[in-house]
Design a protein around this ligand. Structure first.
Ligand code: HEC
Length: 150
């Protein structure tokens, strides 16, 4: 009985999200993921300035920004639906769709390295933050080199 109570709403939620995915217009999904990346870039830029000593480093601000960036990753990822493959506004390379699993893996690693960055920003030294920032942010370039058109 209890299980059914859980199962029914979960099933409804699941089929709803499938429906929602199908209803998303490809051009909207591209705009959405690009917007998420733009917000990511802003947060990344502010943290990079702190790492380079161009603005004051505080754990509190770094923590907030790394949390924001971490939250944005699944949002950007969500915008890569199959129907966007031929969208003219997209700068995703064709090979992204051929190597979908690898692309998803880089996203997953980017997300876990950024989760680690959040932990280090909460408790670690400035040096640890700097090292983990480099570790997490190398995924930006690595992924762009392979899966984003110039
Ligand atoms: C797993 C792959 C991947 C990772 C990791 C990644 N990106 Fe991207 N990024 C892409 C792809 C693919 C596009 C092209 C999206 C499109 O045009 O639809 C893109 C586009 C962008 C854009 C352009 C958005 C626009 O307005 O067209 C910016 C800015 C950007 N990424 C910043 C970043 C930053 C900063 C990071 C790291 C903090 C990052 N990305 C990490 C794959 C990635």
């Amino acid at each position: 009985m209890n299980r059914l109570f859980l199962f029914v709403p979960l099933f409804c939620l699941f089929s709803l999200s499938l429906q929602a995915r199908e209803l998303i217009k490809p051009e909207d999904a591209v705009e959405y993921r690009q917007a998420a990346f733009q917000v990511m870039r802003f947060q990344f830029g502010a943290m990079a300035q702190m790492i380079r000593g161009e603005r004051e480093f505080t754990n509190a601000e770094f923590l907030q920004r790394s949390q924001a960036l971490h939250t944005l990753i699944p949002l950007a990822h969500e915008g890569f639906i199959d129907t966007t493959q031929n969208e003219s506004t997209s700068r995703a390379a064709d090979r992204l769709w051929d190597e979908r699993e690898r692309f998803d893996q880089i996203m997953a690693r980017f997300k876990s390295d950024t989760a680690e960055l959040v932990d280090v920003a909460a408790e670690g030294s400035q040096r640890q933050v700097r090292d983990q920032f480099r570790q997490a942010m190398r995924h930006c370039k690595a992924c762009h080199d392979q899966y984003r058109l110039d």
